[in-house]
Design a protein. Structure first.
Length: 238
């Protein structure tokens, strides 16, 4: 039997253990082909969403209720700082979440945050920058070429235990695949509205930095293989 893996670094791990393995590519590539002209992609996504021109930031606090409760208040605080300079916000709902899950965190807020259902990829395409909770959404943003700030907060005890048993240099998949820091990561106490806003503003204020990050993110398509992953897995299974 042979194991199919979806990340290139996994192949070496299995080979060191002398387990037959094949890197088949990541299934997200079948859903997110390499983008064409990024400016055209952004304009088309904004048209589909019905939003005007200007600076837009996507806020993605995670897909689990516990993540939303820990992370979204920080993102709302970030939005409060950035809104002063005219930035507007898209809040796409992850599968399994409803407006009722996020609206309490926006209660009483007059911030320009638009909740969007069923269009997360268009929100990422339309945004100049995304603030993303660590997880699959960071890889999706990377494959779409969206500059991002990765944030995460765990229960303090859970975080302490995780640090004891897991030693990694990065938590964002884009950074893991690149083997270096392509996008900023703000974890635990570092994930404050002030620091998140500062990293977002750097992308907004330094177009060359944002474009360079975008180019590096799009190169990850090549690292992850090509579409047709299901077919390659089927070949291994037969």
């Amino acid at each position: 039997s042979r194991t199919a893996v979806v990340f290139p670094f996994e192949e070496a791990i299995y080979e060191r253990a002398h387990v037959p393995v094949s890197f088949v590519g990541h299934p997200l590539l079948d859903r997110i082909p390499a983008p064409g002209d990024m400016d055209e992609e952004r304009a088309a996504a904004r048209e589909r969403l019905g939003i005007p021109s200007g600076a837009w930031v996507a806020l993605m606090p995670g897909s689990r209720h516990s993540e939303v409760s820990r992370i979204l208040p920080r993102l709302v605080g970030t939005a409060g700082r950035l809104a002063k300079r005219g930035v507007r916000f898209l809040l796409p709902l992850a599968p399994g979440l409803s407006r009722a899950d996020v609206e309490p965190h926006l209660a009483g807020s007059s911030l320009p945050i638009r909740i969007v259902e069923g269009a997360a990829y268009d929100c990422l395409r339309a945004a100049d920058v995304a603030v993303v909770a660590s997880g699959t959404a960071t890889l999706e943003a990377a494959l779409l070429g969206t500059p991002m700030v990765v944030v995460y907060r765990l229960n303090p005890l859970t975080y302490w235990f995780a640090r004891m048993v897991v030693r990694v240099d990065h938590i964002a998949m884009a950074n893991i695949l690149a083997g270096r820091r392509l996008v900023p990561e703000l974890i635990q106490g570092a994930a404050t509205p002030v620091r998140i806003a500062r990293e977002v503003e750097r992308f907004l204020d330094e177009p060359a930095y944002a474009k360079a990050t975008q180019r590096e993110l799009l190169l990850l398509h090549e690292k992850l293989g090509s579409g047709g992953v299901a077919g390659r897995v089927a070949e291994i299974a037969t």
